[in-house]
Design a protein around this ligand. Structure first.
Ligand code: SF4
Length: 335
């Protein structure tokens, strides 16, 4: 592969992303964790808000976790936000970012890919990275239908121009994101077209991985409003969407299930419940269909740290998952 041509192309064609315009280990870490499983267009406003409030690892390390989750709210995969803060705390405790792959990999939430990205982009270490974009470019260029992980890493390393790892890694990723795209790659304008084994049938490489069937499940949620406030609950730490706020609810499909769930969760009987709409949401492991009820209670709920009346005007600023936001939209439309 003509790596010099790749680097020239990258210099001219790269998108002016905020973490490229001003480079630091902290900004690289935040951008890499935000971009995992998430489109760059979606990440951009989150990155700007996050950096405005937490401009340094010290600011992030000292922040309340609740506030970190609020700024992450809607990005999904919330363990990334928790790990990001834990990583910042570890960096502060060590007096700065480690500059080796091993040191970076010891930080919470930092795997081989993120460690390689920080080491090469922020510190100029000659370390390769392999993400989905790099995998696709290399698989096509070498016409490998089923490239093994070890082959991908060693191939990326063998092409790496010493002293230019940051630009090289980003160039390969950028090529995969903008030219050698999953569908409809633009081979005619590709800077590494010469010698590429994928030209003619690029989409053959790499072969599609078999998708696992995702199970479906049903849930119920209650919109309970009184005196300009709605009842919200916080999910337990550690589990799915841990620490985020949502309407009270749980597994089930009808008003009877809702009554049982609310008695368990908030210690109160339901006086009336009327279904107002359904919300479909897909996690990586589950399709969840949630029926939203407008409900009233026959008795006072048991309030606690994780069960609160929240003023209607304050709800949107809370740490809510995308599912909770969808549920709230249906609940409010029904008012
Ligand atoms: S020539 Fe086509 S298949 Fe080969 S790397 Fe470029 S875009 Fe991908």
């Amino acid at each position: 592969m003509n790596v010099a041509a790749l680097l020239d192309w990258y210099t001219a064609a790269q998108r002016p992303l905020p973490w490229r315009l001003e480079v630091s280990a902290y900004r690289t870490l935040v951008s890499e964790l935000m971009c995992q499983q998430t489109r760059i267009d979606t990440v951009l406003p989150y990155f700007a808000r996050f950096l405005a409030e937490f401009p340094t690892e010290a600011a992030l390390a000292a922040a309340p976790t609740e506030r970190v989750l609020e700024l992450w709210s809607g990005l999904g995969y919330y363990s990334r936000a928790r790990n990001l803060q834990k990583a910042a705390q570890a960096v502060v405790a060590q007096g700065g970012f480690p500059r080796t792959i091993e040191g970076l990999r010891a930080l919470p939430g930092v795997g081989p890919y993120t460690a390689g990205a920080i080491a090469s982009i922020a510190f100029g270490v000659d370390a390769p990275v392999v993400d989905g974009n790099v995998e696709r470019v290399l698989a096509r260029w070498y016409a490998e239908e089923r490239p093994a992980k070890a082959w991908l890493w060693s191939t990326a390393e063998s092409l790496l121009p010493s002293g230019q790892a940051g630009a090289y890694n980003q160039a390969l990723m950028e090529l995969g994101a903008t030219v050698c795209t999953p569908r409809g790659p633009k081979c005619l304008v590709c800077p590494v077209r010469e010698g590429c084994g994928g030209v003619g049938a690029p989409e053959r490489y790499p072969a599609a991985k078999e998708k696992k069937a995702v199970p479906r499940s049903r849930a119920v949620a209650a919109w309970i409003v009184r005196d300009g406030a709605a009842l919200l609950v916080r999910r337990p730490e550690g589990g799915l969407l841990g620490g985020l706020w949502e309407l009270p609810g749980g597994e089930g499909a009808d008003a009877a299930a809702l009554a049982a769930v609310l008695r368990r969760r908030i210690g109160a009987a339901v006086a009336a419940a009327e279904a107002r709409g359904d919300v479909a949401h897909t996690f990586s492991h589950l399709h969840l269909d949630t029926t939203v009820f407008a409900a009233s209670l026959a008795e006072e709920p048991t309030l606690a740290e994780d069960v609160r009346w929240v003023a209607l005007a304050d709800i949107d600023g809370m740490a809510l998952s995308t599912l909770a936001r969808k549920t709230l939209r249906v609940a409010r439309e029904a008012r």
